[in-house]
Design a protein around this ligand. Structure first.
Ligand SMILES: Cc1cc2nc3c(=O)[nH]c(=O)nc-3n(C[C@H](O)[C@H](O)[C@H](O)COP(=O)(O)OP(=O)(O)OC[C@H]3O[C@@H](n4cnc5c(N)ncnc54)[C@H](O)[C@@H]3O)c2cc1C
Length: 272
């Protein structure tokens, strides 16, 4: 069983700045970490390997600095890593990103691909399904529990609005996971030593035999036409309620506030 886990390097801060001119994220200046939701896909992969054996290869598409997240995944227990990096990949949207990753996954001959539900920066959740589409693989999204897995199929419970939906899919498959899947383990000392010694190959566009017109900004149909920071127009009234008198005042103010806006139901109002 060859398990491939694509992970993304994301900015550590949630206060990400955008370049208004290009419509892209300003990534320099903020520390980068493994996309927090990818820790769950890594843990799911480690548990599958413990259950039925196999090999885990972790991959990321990103600039040279992204090798750091691959090393973290190795420290958690993954076997191998591949860094997909080339200037030609710069400016990729989800279409071009999923194409590029899918060419690496094709080359790795994956049986199962496990991705996070979404990345905390781009936040589209499109890359996992995109990979499945490019490779014509089965797709199981929002996976909360893996009930059964073998070389031929997977039976999984998907998180849906009303509860869980059990599905069976033939392998090879792409599985996107939600937090419920498992609790991510911490890196081990042995893993950390391995991560310091491991030689991580870098695959560029040529190594992937990728179509140049599908890569990076040139291959990206998405155009960011406008970026706006939402303005918070609501104002907040702080009311201190620390003793009997101030609680009474606070309740009176609250009722008055609701009453002024016609938000107190008539029958309640008459009882006040
Ligand atoms: C016009 C345009 C230009 C852009 N330019 C750039 C750019 O120059 N540099 C840049 O980094 N981003 C760029 N982006 C953002 C980029 O498209 C997305 O970050 C990327 O496609 C992933 O989408 P997402 O963050 O929504 O991931 P999601 O779809 O939310 O992620 C789901 C899962 O997919 C996997 N995944 C996602 N991205 C990667 C990755 N890169 N490697 C491995 N696994 C991954 C992870 O498992 C993740 O949990 C650009 C976007 C647009 C629209």
């Amino acid at each position: 069983m060859h398990i491939v886990v694509p992970i993304k390097q994301v900015p550590e801060t949630s206060n990400v700045q955008m370049d208004r001119e290009t419509g892209t994220m300003i990534r320099s200046g903020s520390a980068a970490i493994v996309n927090p939701l990818d820790l769950y896909s890594l843990e799911a992969a480690l548990q599958i390997r413990e259950q039925i054996g196999g090999k885990i290869t972790v991959i990321t598409m990103g600039p040279p600095s992204a090798v750091k997240v691959l090393k973290e995944a190795i420290a958690m227990g993954c076997d191998e890593a591949v860094h997909i990096s080339d200037r030609a990949f710069g400016g990729a949207d989800t279409w071009a990103t999923s194409y590029t990753l899918s060419e690496a996954i094709r080359k790795l001959e994956a049986d199962i691909v496990i991705t996070g539900e979404r990345a905390t920066d781009g936040d589209t959740g499109q890359v996992g399904p995109g990979i499945a589409a490019w490779l014509n693989m089965s797709l199981v999204t929002f996976t909360a529990h893996i009930k059964e897995i073998s070389d031929s199929h997977i039976i999984a419970e998907r998180l849906v609005e009303e509860g869980y939906q059990t599905v069976r899919a033939a392998l090879p498959a792409v599985v996107t996971v939600v937090k419920e899947i498992a609790t991510p383990r911490l890196p081990t000392l042995r893993g950390k030593k391995k991560s310091m010694q491991i030689n991580i190959p870098v695959w560029d566009a040529e190594a992937l035999h990728a179509k140049p017109e599908y890569l990076g900004l040139k291959g990206s149909p998405t155009r960011v036409v406008k970026i706006e920071t939402p303005k918070v127009t609501r104002t907040c009234i702080m009311v201190k309620a620390i003793d009997e008198e101030s609680v009474r005042n606070a309740v009176t103010q609250l009722i008055q506030f609701l009453d002024d806006r016609d938000l107190v139901p008539v029958q309640k109002r008459s009882g006040v």
